[in-house]
Design a protein around this ligand. Structure first.
Ligand code: ATP
Ligand code: MG
Length: 265
């Protein structure tokens, strides 16, 4: 059985996709079988995993419309050693196409259930909105990983996200939990970042990951090469931080690293 995590924050540009791609690659490095589902029409996770979004077909869009299965749509991120369900612009129409269909919130969950035994972790990269795509991710998820920058408005945005998770818990998925808050793009020299970080800890206690992801230019460069940072520059601070996050994720899940199983699907 796999652990299913949604990576979400409706605020844009907070490091969701960077976290999704690099956590996927780092968990794979620790011998975990990982599927990364791109749920954002921007297709950034697809590209960051080394897959050309423009020609990717089928994508998660066809999965949501029940036209193909996950097994038919998944492709291998060769550099990342994990599987990917790609997304591209076509997904922008999904909201309208799904509106009159049954079980429109539950389609991703049903599709992922069929491959749950193939993976240790399924990560879902959500778009920067609380729309039907995000609700599909929350309906399927056991928990939500929330990346956040330690800025003045960071906590304000969290209120809406937490309210949406609560609604999903009541109506669709009673088991959903907040997996953790991840401080990203962190600059330890900034007093404001330290203050906001302290506030986040006060509010969320041990839900806050011990791992902190620093601001690191290598993390921003890697996607333009279609590579996870671990492959692009494994010695950089960003790569080390995402490895630490993968170790912390395993520890929290009560799992241990395995010998690498690269080469298998
Ligand atoms: P969106 O809401 O548009 O989906 P996002 O939340 O997925 O955005 P990313 O695309 O991961 O955010 O990151 C936004 C930008 O910040 C990207 O250019 C990315 O390369 C850069 N970035 C992310 N994390 C870091 C980091 N730790 N250090 C430096 N740059 C980073
Ligand atoms: Mg993104």
């Amino acid at each position: 059985m796999s652990r299913i995590l949604a990576i979400a924050n409706q605020k844009g540009g907070v490091g969701k996709t960077t976290t999704a791609v690099n956590l996927a690659a780092s968990l794979a490095e620790l011998g975990q079988r990982v599927l990364l589902a791109d749920l954002d029409p921007q297709g950034n996770a697809t590209m960051g995993a080394g897959i050309e979004k423009r020609t990717a077909l089928p994508t998660v869009y066809q999965i949501l419309l029940n036209q193909v299965s996950v097994a038919e749509a998944r492709v291998r991120s060769k550099p990342g050693h994990f599987d990917v369900i790609p997304a591209n612009r076509e997904l922008a129409g999904a909201e309208i196409d799904l509106v009159n269909l049954d079980q429109r919130d539950m389609r991703l969950k049903s599709a992922l259930e069929l491959v749950a035994d193939d993976y240790d972790f399924i990560l879902m990269d959500c778009p920067p909105t609380l729309n039907l795509l995000t609700v599909n991710a929350f309906a399927a998820a056991e928990s939500v990983l929330i990346p956040m920058q330690c800025e003045y408005y960071a906590l304000e945005g969290l209120t809406d996200l937490v309210a949406t998770i609560k609604k999903v818990k009541q109506r669709l998925n009673p088991a959903i939990q907040i997996e953790g808050l991840l401080r990203v793009m962190f600059d330890p020299r900034s007093t404001l970042a330290q203050q906001v970080s302290d506030q986040i800890k006060q509010h969320f206690g041990d839900k806050v990951y011990d791992t902190v992801i620093p601001r690191n230019v290598r993390l921003a460069e890697a996607p333009s090469h279609g590579l996870p940072v671990l492959v692009y520059d494994r010695q950089c601070k960003g790569a080390k931080a995402y490895m630490e996050l993968a170790e912390e994720t395993l520890k929290r899940a009560g799992l241990t690293a395995r010998e690498k199983i690269h080469g298998q699907t």
